[in-house]
Design a protein around this ligand. Structure first.
Ligand SMILES: [Zn+2]
Length: 133
């Protein structure tokens, strides 16, 4: 995926990347931040058992980050994957031309007032894809 591809293709590729399975199937339950060995709330936890939200039951799958803020950010981003993917798809649908051909970035710049948030969405898509702004 390159910045020269149509914005709609970049947005849809970002949505696909966000929906790519990252974790084993048994870790599809929501991620939580729990107290780790450091006794700080710095550990990501996945568990199918119901128990207090901030505790590791011993059967939880855990990844200790050693930084509370990092654990919170990773958990938030993991949780936001599907809403962000839906946002990428929605923006791709908004800026897609009726003629069947994806609009180029130049066309969007010329007529972008119709969908003023397309540059922000495209920047997010490029960041998700590992590219620059
Ligand atoms: Zn557990």
């Amino acid at each position: 995926m390159t910045a020269t591809q149509a914005p709609t293709k970049q947005l849809r590729a970002a949505a696909e990347a966000l929906r790519a399975p990252l974790l084993p199937a048994y870790l599809t339950v929501p991620v939580r931040v729990v107290q780790g060995d450091s006794e700080r709330m710095d550990t990501l936890s996945w568990c199918e058992t119901q128990h207090p939200d901030d505790e590791d039951c011993g059967a939880c799958e855990v990844v200790e980050t050693l930084h509370s803020e990092l654990a919170g950010l990773i958990a938030a981003l993991l949780t936001a994957r599907e809403p962000l993917a839906a946002l990428m798809d929605a923006m791709a649908n908004e800026i897609h031309t009726q003629g069947g051909n994806p609009r180029t970035e130049e066309e969007l710049a010329k007529y972008g007032y119709m969908v003023p948030t397309w540059p922000t969405s495209l920047a997010a898509a490029r960041a998700i894809l590992g590219g620059g702004q």
